[in-house]
Design a protein. Sequence first.
Length: 210
Amino acid sequence: FRARYLAAADGLHSPIRRSLGLARPSRGVRRWGIRRHYATAPWSDRVQVYWAPGAEAYVTPVADDCVGVAILTSTQGGFDRHLTEFPLLAAHLAGQPHGTDRAAGPLRQPVSSRTADRVLLVGDAAGYVDALTGEGLGIAFAGAELLVNCVVSDTPQDYDRQWRKMSRRYRLLTAALLEASGFEPVRSRLVPAAAALPAVFAGMVNLLAS
């Protein structure tokens, strides 16, 4: 195949990004994600977040008879092992049939640039901070729109700058929350603080969503 441009949407550990020398070494604590679908009716119509000393669990309603449970953690291991860190959730899911586990990581993927001549990185290949805030798809769709506009206008050199501007708020807030949650004295106070200051918590969520 021959083309004027290549949109590299080949995932978190993008081989194209690596082959072009655009990947950068990751600093700090490495984190992984592992997900499982359970064949059970959702018990809430909202995403629920469970907080443990070294991990978070996210329960998402998928269908009338299915929930997705994703665990983010800084330690490697199987799903069942990590689920024991959330006793209430583990008890709720005990005995429920489930699908196969899917895992990804390390999650943090720094990138020096999203462009190399006429190759443009998009989606997770364009760089990743963490799944903590659940903004991966939103950033990917917004990045895809920028990429298309740059291709149509034949200005691939503008893509990286536009991508950084578009994602700046997400990257800064996610990195700050990740840094804070990695410090145990702060981590143990995050949920009580959110409960005590709901307006502040809602404001942060709205900043990420806007």
